[in-house]
Ligand binder design. Structure first.
Ligand code: ASP
Length: 327
């Protein structure tokens, strides 16, 4: 082949590729979109994904389904999402665990920063420390005293190493200088069922999972982990108010696509995310569950990527110090 023909062939190939990706973007979405959630159905991440899926689906005029790919603190689902077809029809809704997993897992089957095309931040959810309904402690001070005294028998439920409930529990145990027995689940949906059934003693979980049970009086609540009280739970004290100063944990959530998703498709998804976060029903449901959508300027790929990088740097030394690792 002469140089000239070779150049024409590569020009043709590049043009064909560009046309292909533009055509894909133009008819995107051409089928239902699946949001992978790395925890069990019925839990807080699942709830956020379903509410977001409904609102984004209305704008994209497509059905948005949720697939729960649970296990290993969210890392199984993240690995699956990273290896999904990068055509915009598979998305991934995860949280702060994207920034803690690299420090917690020696062998992680994906790179949170490099293997995804970020879409944007979604919401920052406060956590609550809650216990089974008949747990003896009546406030946070009593809870701390009780678990310290009974550390051999008290059980703490979480959604596995790397889950938000794991992180909150790790920070709580560090703050009160007490190691407890942890009971891992594939999500805090099933952990909540066991808490309701009195099979485990307490846990720390997002308000998106605990609000309903707190309001129904089925579980005990000791504190919210936000700086300020949560409007939907006005009687629940912050940790500082309840006697544990500087104990703050917020669970930011983001939406990703696999790396290699064409830019026009990502742009369309960002636009749909922004519309969804202004949707009145979504805002109301979020508010009922103690959270709110992020500001419009945070629902962008750059904001999510910058936040993920900053958070990864924040958590690495804290996790190292706490000495929590998986192989
Ligand atoms: N709240 C869980 C966590 O601890 C996950 C879930 O079930 O959504 O990360």
């Amino acid at each position: 082949m002469t140089t000239r023909i070779r150049m024409l062939v590569s020009l043709f190939a590049v043009t064909a590729l560009m046309c292909g990706s533009l055509a894909r973007a133009a008819d995107f979405p051409s089928k239902p979109i699946t949001i992978i959630v790395p925890f069990s159905a019925g839990g807080p991440t699942d709830t956020v994904a379903r509410l977001l899926g409904q609102a984004m689906g209305a704008d994209l005029k497509q059905t948005m389904l949720v697939e729960n790919v649970a296990g290993a603190g969210g890392t199984v689902g993240a690995g699956r999402a990273a290896r999904s077809d990068p055509d915009g029809h598979t998305l991934f809704l995860h949280h702060i665990g994207m920034s803690t997993a690299p420090a917690l897992y020696r062998k992680l089957p994906y790179n949170p920063i490099e293997d995804f095309a970020p879409i944007g931040l979604v919401t920052d959810v406060p956590m609550t420390i809650v216990a089974r309904g008949n747990f003896p402690a009546k406030d946070l001070k009593e809870l701390i005293a009780y678990v310290k005294e009974n550390k051999a028998k008290v059980t703490y439920a979480n959604a596995g190493l790397g889950a938000a409930s794991h992180l909150c529990g790790m920070l709580f145990m560090t703050a009160i200088d007490t190691d407890l027995t942890t009971v891992p689940y594939k999500g805090t949906g099933p952990a909540m069922n066991d808490l309701l059934g009195g099979k485990v003693d307490f846990m720390c979980d997002q308000t998106t999972n605990t609000t309903g049970q707190i309001k129904a009086g089925k579980i005990k609540v000791y504190t919210v982990t936000s700086k300020k009280r949560v409007p939907s739970l006005p009687d629940v004290p912050t940790a500082s108010e309840a006697g544990l100063p500087n104990f703050e944990v917020g669970i930011w959530h983001g939406l990703w696509a696999p790396k290699g998703t064409p830019k026009p498709v990502v742009d369309r998804l960002v636009a749909a995310l922004k519309v969804a976060l202004k949707d009145a029903t979504l805002k109301q449901r979020f508010a009922d569950l103690g959270t709110e959508p992020v500001a419009d300027n945070l629902a962008t790929p750059d904001a999510l990527q910058a936040h993920l990088k900053a958070q990864t740097a924040v958590w690495a030394p804290i996790i190292k110090k706490a000495g929590a690792f998986a192989d």
